[in-house]
Design a protein around this ligand. Sequence first.
Ligand code: NAX
Length: 326
Amino acid sequence: STSPVTVTITGAGGQIGYALLFRIASGQLLGPDVPVRVRLLEIPAGRSAAEGTALELQDGAFPLLHSVDVTEDANAAFDGANVALLVGARPRGAGMERADLLEANGAIFGPQGAAINAGAADDIRVLVVGNPANTNALIASAHAPDVPAERFTAMTRLDHNRAVAQLAAKLDVPVTSIERVIVWGNHSASQYPDLSHATVDGRPATELVDERWLADEYIPRVAKRGAEIIQVRGSSSAASAASAAIDHVHDWVNGTGDRWTSAAIVSDGSYGVPAGLISSFPVRAVDGEWRIVDGLTIDDFSRQRIDASVAELVEERDAVRALGLL
Ligand code: NAX
């Protein structure tokens, strides 16, 4: 049998952590034959909740769950980690300026990047969920100079899944009919869900929906779906976010085949996105690595939308650089 894979989850006592951990324990993150050892990293305020979740994980008697440890020590949490899910972050408090938010998160993601650099396994794969996810991933990566930058990713898979599901609902087709949807840019309201390459049962999506619906309803609906969930549910997306995190890591490790998905990964300069930024692209996963789908034609409408979201990422990067966080 395979030896256990070590998965570290930060913010494990929070609501996404609660939804995520049971799916990991049941084998959905890495596969039905892969035993997992989970490490839960929390701060004092969340420690007891994480310990409670650890008790419930024990009560699940999951055949693949090798062990569960709770810690407040980042070095212990990431020692030997193969997969790191960085979920815990500092939310924007009342009256907090953007610089305050970036600085508070820099104080979390810088040291976590350094702990990953110091002790994670050679095959470490990092997914940042905690917001501002793209820039937090950039900060963590900058503090892990010995880890290839390609191993630090941020989550836009929830946005991607929302984009697929909204198109499927509009056309009254199963989600499996839809391919080649792309989410570009930042995981924020500036993100660009792009249907210009999408197909529905092999037909171009652009033949099935009109431009006005696309610009005035579809794009804002997807980009503001997080706010809609908060309004209706009374708290932010949790199980859907956990599900997207599972999809991202599962695809990264096990491959996508020819299927496209979206992930925020370090730019190699493709599609005019400055090299080094962590931005969402159309990707496939091959041999354990994300590969940007290349050679796509970008129309004028898409160019403007991609550039606007990337400009926001550049601003965030410049702001954290000015704060000395990179
Ligand atoms: P919760 O507030 O329920 O949980 C966050 C947990 O993180 C808390 O238990 C807290 O104690 C812990 N934490 C804070 N700082 C920590 C640190 N330095 N080390 C370890 N743990 C720490 O938030 P939840 O709803 O679970 O959301 C977590 C993050 O995901 C938030 O930043 C949220 O904005 C972000 N999201 C990102 C999404 C994405 O698509 N990329 C979508 C969902 C979600 O909004």
